[in-house]
Write a protein that binds this ligand. Structure first.
Ligand code: IMP
Ligand code: MG
Length: 186
């Protein structure tokens, strides 16, 4: 299974960068009680490492987003499901996402979160692929920006999957990009 994966960011690189991002987030949110909202399932590994590197009082919640796309037909459908009734009103929310690609999922999620009346919302992403953006939305912090031509490879590992596989790899790797339409992605 791992044979066709090329390592992009090693365990050591990830650990170093996550520690840096944790400090940056703590600086940006200092004095706040942070309500962490992790987007399942892709951000689970990143979130579990990152929250241990943010020296602030925080609560941890999960949200589930399923996006199914028929991009070739121009039809975009994103389904959002909150895994718990998270009380976000008046909260300083830190949304932790795995990959911001077209931005469709993140903008959809942010619109729903804002409806719940939080005091502030910041976004921390593991991976940002800025050149793939279709909607103008940007994370406040990013562990690893990935630019062309690498953005055209499919990233797996460290929580990221292809068809539910590869999430347990301790590093982030790439596989040749599979067809873009397919089963729902999380
Ligand atoms: P967006 O709505 O196009 O920004 O898609 C974001 C979501 O697509 C991410 O949260 C991932 O679940 C998935 N995704 C996009 N690119 C990749 C990738 O290279 N590897 C794994 N998942 C990806
Ligand atoms: Mg995702």
């Amino acid at each position: 299974m791992k044979d066709n994966v090329s390592v992009l960011f090693s365990e050591e690189q990830i650990a170093r960068r996550v520690a840096e991002v944790g400090q940056e987030v703590a600086k940006g949110l200092s004095g706040r009680d942070v309500c962490v909202l992790g987007v399942m399932k892709g951000s689970l590994v990143f979130m579990s490492d990152l929250i241990r590197r943010i020296p602030l009082d925080l609560t941890v919640h999960l949200v589930r987003v399923t996006s199914s796309r028929e991009q070739s037909a121009g039809r975009v459908q994103t389904e959002i499901v909150f895994s718990t009734a998270v009380p976000l009103e008046g909260q300083d929310v830190l949304l932790i996402d795995d990959i911001v690609d077209t931005g469709i999922t993140l903008s959809y999620l942010l619109a729903h979160i804002h409806e719940l009346g939080p005091r502030s919302v910041k976004v921390c992403a593991l991976i940002d692929k800025p050149e793939a953006r279709k909607i103008d939305v940007h994370p406040d912090w990013t562990a690893f920006p990935v630019h062309e031509p690498l953005a055209d490879r499919f990233l797996v590992g460290y929580g990221l999957d292809w068809m539910e596989r590869y999430r347990g790899l301790p590093y982030i790797g790439t596989i040749p990009r599979p067809a873009r339409s397919g089963p729902p992605r999380e």
